[in-house]
Design a protein around this ligand. Structure first.
Ligand code: ASP
Length: 373
């Protein structure tokens, strides 16, 4: 378990005071002797953490504290920082407003701006870590996107809230405090992009939103938690799964837009109409949220294979909450030219496929990305 930064600050100050009080044997000599200058207490510099605010319920407001209806992205970054003064004991905080939107409206423009700003900030030696405030709806996609394009091992930590800032028992302030504690903690470095919410530290590739309304909404099924954080006290269990951040081959250098990739859910009696519509809308890739192990009806599979033949990269993921989608199990991926998502859910498969398509549309290469990331 790591030492709480505030506790180490207190300890260092007490040690400095004890060292600064020498014993004097002769009281007269003591009166004559010039008073030794008290050594300055050892300077404790807090790590610098930059807070990038994007909106979400953590910055949401309602007319009443027990009202279900509210609007995301109402509170600015300065108000957010002012609401949690305790966090200033963990780190020197600087805030920047990247956007102020509900994360259902998250978009490529904000993603590119956010990622580029994080790469600038993490390259500065004085910056120890980054906290991003975000909505919960698409936080797993943003976290995974950043996990692939941020070029730093420094802690990059997203946080969010399920209840708006004006609600009874708002969860945002403690989530924010814990996120700052993780971003300021050297042990968080090199674990990929992290998401801190409700005392849990999730990895970007593993977390998923599992409840529409519960405060305990995020789970990391199968792979488990990266760690826990309780009132700033961190405990780390594991490293990241898959290549990420400093070890990622993806880069946004020169990238001004990302290719279109659509997700289509499979269902009983499915035909190929939505698959054909996605291709007609200009999709360069299609992710199927298949039934079971990435399966779909024969008609849908036929339509998908036809698009794959035309050069649209098609990935089979699953609408099931946990488990892998393996290659060539009930579908002959080799023969049909398809990609299996392996451990990634449909929404994260879409993120990886979009970045993969900035490099190649070769199916073997894209499958390698799914093997490695
Ligand atoms: N719709 C909100 C958002 O994602 C939900 C939340 O933040 O909890 O911005």
């Amino acid at each position: 378990m790591s030492t709480h930064p505030f506790r180490s600050l207190l300890l260092t100050t007490l040690v400095a005071i004890a060292v600064a009080t020498p014993l004097q044997a002769d009281p007269q000599a003591a009166a004559a002797a010039p008073k030794p200058a008290a050594p300055a207490a050892q300077q404790v510099t807090l790590p610098q953490v930059v807070v990038l605010a994007t909106g979400g319920t953590i910055a949401g407001a309602a007319a009443s504290d027990v009202q279900a209806g509210y609007t995301s992205g109402q509170v600015g970054v300065d108000q957010l920082l002012a609401a949690v003064p305790q966090a200033k004991k963990l780190a020197t905080l600087k805030g920047e407003q990247i956007s102020n939107i509900g994360s259902q409206d998250m978009n490529d423009e904000v993603w590119l701006k956010l990622a580029k700003r994080i790469n600038q900030l993490t390259a500065m030696p004085e910056v120890a870590g980054i906290v991003i405030t975000h909505g919960t709806d698409t936080i797993e996609e943003t976290a995974y996107f950043l996990n692939l394009v941020v070029k730093s091992k420094k802690p990059v930590v997203l946080t969010a809230a399920m209840r708006p800032s004006t609600a009874l028992s708002a969860d945002g302030p403690l989530n924010f405090y814990n996120a700052v504690a993780v971003a300021a903690n050297k042990e968080a470095a090199g674990r990929g992009v992290l998401v801190v919410i409700n005392d849990w530290i999730h990895g970007a590739s593993s977390l998923t939103k599992a409840s529409t309304t519960a405060v305990q909404t995020f789970l990391s099924p199968v792979w488990g938690l990266i760690g826990t954080v309780a009132y700033g006290e961190c405990e780390f269990f594991r490293g990241p799964v898959g290549r990420n951040t400093a070890n990622s081959e993806f880069s946004l250098d020169g990238v001004t837009s990302l290719p279109r990739v659509d997700i289509i859910m499979a269902y009983e009696n499915m035909d190929g109409a939505l698959i054909d519509a996605a291709a007609a809308s200009g999709a360069k890739g299609i992710v199927i949220a298949g039934v079971g192990n990435g399966n779909m009806t024969a008609a849908a599979l036929e339509a998908l294979a036809a698009q794959a033949k035309k050069g649209i990269v098609c990935v089979r993921a699953s609408r099931v909450a946990t488990g892998r989608v393996g290659r060539n199990v009930e579908v002959d991926d080799d023969k049909l030219g398809l990609v299996a998502s392996l451990g990634l859910n449909p929404q994260k498969s879409r993120v990886l496929l979009r970045l993969g398509l900035t490099k190649t549309n070769d199916v073997k290469q894209i499958q390698r990305f799914f093997d490695e990331y």
